[in-house]
Design a protein around this ligand. Sequence first.
Ligand SMILES: [Zn+2]
Length: 259
Amino acid sequence: MDLDLSPYLRSEYHSPSQGTRVVSEAWVGHELYCASCGSDLTSYRANTPVYDFYSAACGERFQLKASKAPMKNRVMGAKFDRLWQSILSNSQPSLVLLHYDRPKWRVQDLSVIHRACITESCIHRRKPLKETAKRAGWEGCDIILKDIPELGKIPVVTEGKIRDKRLVLEQWKQSSKLLGVNPLNRGWLADVLRCVERLYVDFRVSDVYSFEEELARLHPANRNVKAKIRQQLQRLRDLGILKPVSRGEYRYLGHQNES
Ligand SMILES: [Zn+2]
């Protein structure tokens, strides 16, 4: 993978943002591989809403978000209703987040957000646009990156360093397991998984109870948070993301940090 974007620079841009779009799309089409199967990505025709690339080999679809600023907190999502419907029907694309250095035109960071981890928990609904706006009543949303489990944030390039492709494909495979759960239940699952990721690799069910208040705030309608926690841990076990090691104790098999 060559991180240099400059071969894709052309002079006919109409605006700087279009320039970014053209250059980053061309780069992804030539250099990036499908995080699911490792084969080439194909670009959709221009102006295809939501989807930018697909893998002809496995059918996975991707949407590209490119920026010269690091994408640390949030990325802008589509119309809220449309994103929510696509989550329910398992048709939302995974996200390719590309941060590049502008004067150098070089890829700095690139990660793939697995579509299985884009759940109701990480979508922040925006206020509808005012009456006076061109698209009055239009309700957009943001995707809040810190509310996505680390398992579903798959680094490909970090600070200009390319990660081993084998590890990318492995992490994709692990996060794909979440697709085994109904989209309506994936928000809770993602929230409990984020708690698990903050604990040691081996942990007790009671350790996860220490997040009870935090989870209760996220799910105010739920009366029995502890029961819900136990249910999610069982789901994660059934998916092969947690392994029971002794009574009341689990091991997180999610994504091993390479060193
Ligand atoms: Zn593929």
